[in-house]
Ligand binder design. Structure first.
Ligand SMILES: [Fe+2]
Length: 137
């Protein structure tokens, strides 16, 4: 298993979102390395919290950008639901970790890696053309 890598195919054509996706991937990789290194509890909890906070920040930005540019309400609602599902799952991982740090293994990384890449290439690519046409930055 190795870290996630950014590829140009991940780009949604909107600079602010691409930058945030890269940062989200970097945080996911940081979690991967912390688990691999068997980092201490303070480090692991810090990385998990940073990731959860950044995901919320990024999703809010993305949803706000879509709303501002008049993305169709039904598609936005669907997209929001996906973001919420991810946020809830990350908080569940954090809760399980707090119950017992031994609960945290690479499955959290696999989940985040797959979710991020799948969400970017499927759901986010759906709004890509729309935002590019609206000159979103
Ligand atoms: Fe998204």
């Amino acid at each position: 298993m190795h870290e996630i890598e950014w590829h140009d195919s991940h780009s949604v054509g909107v600079p602010s979102i691409d930058e945030q996706h890269k940062r989200l991937m970097a945080l996911t990789n940081r979690l991967f390395l912390a688990i691999m290194d068997e980092a201490g509890e303070t480090v692991l909890e810090g990385v998990l919290n940073d990731l959860a906070d950044y995901a919320v920040y990024h999703f809010t930005h993305e949803e706000e950008l879509l709303r501002t540019h008049g993305y169709p309400e039904d598609l936005l609602t669907e997209h929001r639901a996906e973001h919420k599902a991810l946020t809830d799952e990350v908080h569940r991982y954090i809760a399980r970790y707090r119950e017992d740090p031994a609960n945290l293994d690479l499955s959290v990384y696999v989940f985040l890696r797959d979710w991020t890449t799948e969400h970017m290439s499927r759901s986010d690519s759906r709004y890509s053309e729309f935002l590019i046409a609206h000159h979103a930055e």
